[in-house]
Design a protein around this ligand. Structure first.
Ligand SMILES: CC(C)(COP(=O)(O)OP(=O)(O)OC[C@H]1O[C@@H](n2cnc3c(N)ncnc32)[C@H](O)[C@@H]1OP(=O)(O)O)[C@@H](O)C(=O)NCCC(=O)NCCS
Length: 174
């Protein structure tokens, strides 16, 4: 897909992140309630959203901000780190083949620049677009994490996916 790239967050993106923190329509069914609208400016001033534990990159299509990808660190044994990635596109950019490509590109980027063996992602059972996106990005379904997320008044299951360093990368330029 021509014109698709991941780039670091810039100051001009902060307004979008504020919207994402306070606008339910922008977030969609992963809405977790209002967030601090001053947090984006503080975080950008701290490290430009590129930190040791959590980070974001902007998904850009032909110079327009289509959304962002994110990742945070986790560990199952307190010594081996993995990344958990996520993606959120602005409503008008969804369903156009951007989401799976952006997550495949982010996964390649993280395997290239960090020594993790495992990258995982979790999504809601009803989020078919994200489930298909992860499979298209070379992730494999691992199972159901029961009642792990409190959202919209209930504890809810998530589906867990992963791509290992030894799993094949997926070409995105078609
Ligand atoms: C989830 C999200 C990142 C997926 O990205 P996207 O660009 O919309 O998805 P893509 O266009 O890359 O499509 C990937 C696959 O999902 C399918 N798909 C896309 N939207 C769909 C929908 N609403 N319902 C069912 N399938 C859908 C596509 O057809 C494609 O599968 P196919 O090749 O078999 O046809 C994006 O929709 C989004 O940001 N949603 C809101 C935030 C969110 O839910 N983030 C994930 C939280 S865990």
């Amino acid at each position: 897909m021509d014109g698709l790239r991941l780039r670091p967050v810039q100051e001009k993106d902060l307004e979008y992140f504020v919207t994402f923190a306070v606008d339910r329509d922008e977030v969609g069914n992963t809405w977790q309630g209002f967030r601090d609208p001053q947090a984006p400016a503080k975080r950008f001033a701290e490290d430009g959203y590129l930190g040791q534990e959590t980070s974001r990159l902007i998904v850009e299509v032909n110079g327009e901000t289509a959304g962002f990808v994110s990742w945070f660190v986790g560990s199952y044994d307190e010594k081996t780190k993995y990344w958990e990635i996520g993606a959120a596109l602005r409503p008008q950019y969804r369903g156009r083949g951007i989401g799976w490509r952006a997550q495949a590109m982010l996964t390649d980027y993280l395997f290239e620049h960090t020594p993790v063996q495992r990258i995982q992602a979790a999504t809601q059972p009803e989020n078919i677009a994200e489930q298909k996106s992860l499979l298209k990005a070379g992730f494999q379904f691992e199972g159901v994490i029961r009642a792990c997320e409190f959202r919209a008044g209930e504890y809810r299951d998530l589906y867990l996916y992963s791509r290992l360093r030894s799993d094949p990368s997926v070409p995105v330029d078609h």
